[in-house]
Design a protein around this ligand. Structure first.
Ligand SMILES: NC(=O)c1ccc[n+]([C@@H]2O[C@H](COP(=O)([O-])OP(=O)(O)OC[C@H]3O[C@@H](n4cnc5c(N)ncnc54)[C@H](OP(=O)(O)O)[C@@H]3O)[C@@H](O)[C@H]2O)c1
Length: 329
């Protein structure tokens, strides 16, 4: 039997449980340990994902000799410290989105991984989404002509609580880093790095952005109109407009399973379901594949795209005036 990838989950919150369940369900992986600041929470999640060990600190989890890969599932401001600690201990990392608060931190993480020849990926699982990949095939086949405009919204109304991760500046809250990173990743995937960006935002009482809008423009006339909100349910739509038609994706864009292609010839709908479980199986499989092949990056979820997106989001935050406590003045 092939060697199982032994995961260490760092953080015992919502996404740790969702991804942890898919790790546990994968034939190629096992959850070896869970680490949390709170040992009761660590034990509870360890029990739920079948992990034999629970640790009461990041350090203990990272030092666990039975952990092959560390999955950093904490809040945004905590990604840098945890990822660097794991890499310095010689462990590859999967870091939840966004990989860090800003591009400077992200490059620091990427450099630490490169120095040690270790795998380091952001959990931007949307890049592996089967429907999104099928959309790319439709575009590559020329069905909608040349892509000119990408419009993506990701909005979800969270109940306002200044201590909730979405609204708390101490942990890197804000709609842009939490939700806007998905529309940005999709625009990057379909159009690449913009030549110019214009942004605006509205703010929560804590000072982080409650909603943000970005206009990415390209010197050849292409554009992306990207929006996100943590205070309204705006429908979460994506439309990719080409010179000879358009594609509309259905449902929450980061986990879309269906899209419609509209051209002069008519329209058709394609359905590409996510894997069973919570949908993170492809991300788990990608880590398994990269580790088995000794890769330090993923062709489908490349670190360069994670870094590039954060560089653009830095500029957006500069324009709208959102700065986190950990960031230099
Ligand atoms: N891929 C996806 O679909 C998806 C979906 C939702 C969220 N996310 C991402 O996953 C990450 C965590 O989100 P979540 O929804 O799991 O959040 P959550 O339920 O609030 O959990 C966040 C975890 O961060 C840890 N943490 C460490 N230091 C902290 C601090 N100073 N304050 C608060 N928490 C701290 C906590 O772990 P302990 O207390 O256990 O140590 C906590 O359980 C974020 O990067 C988010 O953007 C991804």
């Amino acid at each position: 039997m092939a060697h199982l990838v032994r995961w260490g989950i760092l953080g015992a919150g919502g996404i740790a449980a969702a991804v942890g369940a898919d790790v546990a369900a994968s034939a190629g992986s096992t959850v070896a340990a869970v680490g949390s600041r709170d040992s009761v929470r660590a034990r509870d999640l360890a029990r739920r994902v079948g992990a034999p060990r629970a640790h009461g600190s990041d350090g203990e989890l990272i030092a666990d000799p039975d952990v092959d890969v560390v999955y950093v599932a904490t809040t945004h401001a905590q990604h840098r410290g945890a990822a660097l600690a794991a890499l310095r201990a010689g462990k590859p990392v999967l870091v939840e989105k966004p990989i860090a608060l800003n591009a400077r931190q992200a490059h620091e993480i990427a450099d630490a991984a490169a120095e040690r020849g270790l795998l380091c990926l952001e959990g931007m699982w949307t890049r592996l989404n089967p429907a999104l990949r099928a959309i790319q095939s439709v575009i590559a086949a020329g069905e909608i002509g040349e892509v000119r405009t990408v419009r993506v919204d990701l909005s979800h109304a969270f109940e306002y609580d200044p201590k909730h991760r979405l609204f708390d500046p101490e942990v890197g809250g804000g709609a842009l880093l939490d939700l806007g990173v998905y529309p940005a990743a999709i625009a990057w995937l379909l159009l690449g790095r913009p030549d110019a960006v214009r942004a605006s935002a509205t703010f929560a009482p804590t000072g982080v952005d409650a909603a943000a809008s970005m206009w990415w423009s390209y010197e050849d006339g292409r554009a992306a109109q990207l929006t996100c909100s943590a205070v309204s349910d705006a429908g979460s739509t994506a439309t990719i407009v080409g010179t000879e038609g358009w594609i509309e994706a259905a449902g929450m864009i980061f986990r879309t399973e269906e899209f419609t292609v509209c051209t002069a010839a008519g329209s058709r709908t394609e359905r590409h379901p996510l894997p069973a479980g919570n949908g993170y199986g492809l991300e788990v499989a990608e880590i398994e594949k990269c580790l088995a092949k000794g890769l330090t990056d993923s062709a489908d979820m490349p670190l360069a795209a994670s870094l590039g997106v954060l560089e653009v989001l830095d500029e957006v935050r500069r324009q709208v005036g959102v700065r986190y406590p950990d960031e230099e003045a």
